[in-house]
Ligand binder design. Structure first.
Ligand code: GTP
Ligand code: MG
Length: 273
């Protein structure tokens, strides 16, 4: 009898979860999974056809987790194949290539596809998302920086990791944190624990940083019309400075945004009498 006890305890604690990968074709979804599960990297591109399915066991704290991984094809051609695999998912690995801006801009589209497939009763609030900014080894081609990616992820309550399937950087930490968050979710009755929901900055701050990044000139950055008066520039500046001051704002990219706003104001005031 005694000898059976530990085994029974282990069974009670074991957990079965479903995770999926999402993101444009060629961003490295399959390579990230292969790096973690098989500890190897394949440089040649072998497009996933529809879906690849695999099962792996991982140990998270005192739990043994059986993970069913559905690795999706990113190409639009396979939409009809992958669309039925979204349901009953506890975790999503959402990948983009840091050297390919379109793959970053496509993240919203992937969220929309999942939402549409889950239908009106689907609940994405209680799914753990981890965003992988992949191929960080290709430093020369990088065009989406860390703060931009982190802001997109964290303003939605998602995890964010910088990864390279080629070198292995960030991969283990990413999966460990991701699986831990899923275990926390399961232990919390399938609901995201409230602690993981608070991001420490507001939507207004996140949206403002994004707007500043995309502004076309100093007028646009301060949100005033070209030809605005000194008073109007100063007023707009003060509002942004209060919102983004690094002492008050912890959103990724706030420091750069704050500096950009200071420089924009200085540049404009130089030319206004
Ligand atoms: P689909 O299955 O078509 O959706 O693509 P995928 O997202 O699964 O891409 P895959 O993992 O097949 O990788 C695409 C290409 O990028 C391959 O040539 C990989 O070798 C390469 N690749 C993947 N990850 C990395 C990385 O971190 N660094 C570099 N340099 N190349 C990578
Ligand atoms: Mg693939």
């Amino acid at each position: 009898m005694e000898a059976n006890l530990p085994k029974r305890k282990e069974t009670r604690k074991s957990l079965r979860i479903k995770v999926i990968s999402m993101g444009n074709a060629e961003v490295g979804k399959s390579c990230i999974i292969k790096r973690y599960c098989e500890k190897r990297f394949v440089p040649k591109y072998l497009a996933t056809i529809g879906i690849d399915y695999g099962v792996t066991k991982v140990q998270i704290r005192d739990r043994e987790i059986k993970v069913n991984i559905f690795d999706m094809a990113g190409h639009p051609f396979f939409y009809e194949v992958r669309n039925e695999f979204y349901k009953d998912t506890q975790g999503v690995v959402l990948v983009y290539d840091v050297g390919q801006k379109e793959s970053f801009d496509a993240l919203d589209g992937w969220m929309a596809e999942m939402k549409q497939e889950l239908g009106p009763h689907g609940n994405m609030e209680n799914v753990v998302f981890v965003v992988c900014a992949n191929k960080i080894d290709c430093t020369k081609h990088r065009c989406v920086d860390e703060s931009e990616g982190r802001l997109w992820a964290e303003s939605r309550g998602f995890l964010y990791f910088e990864t390279s399937a080629q070198t292995g950087e960030g991969i283990n930490e990413m999966f460990q944190t991701f699986y831990s968050a899923i275990v926390d979710l399961c232990d919390n009755g399938g609901k995201r624990p409230t602690s993981s929901m608070s991001v420490g900055f507001t939507k207004e701050q996140a949206d403002t940083i994004r707007r500043i990044r995309n502004s076309k000139d100093s007028w646009d950055m301060l949100g005033v019309k070209p030809g605005a008066t000194r008073d109007e520039v100063n007023k707009a500046y003060r509002k942004l400075a209060v919102l983004l001051h690094p002492d008050k704002c912890v959103a990724p990219g706030s420091e750069d945004a704050f500096k950009a706003v200071v420089n924009a104001r200085t540049a404009l005031l130089k030319n206004i009498k």
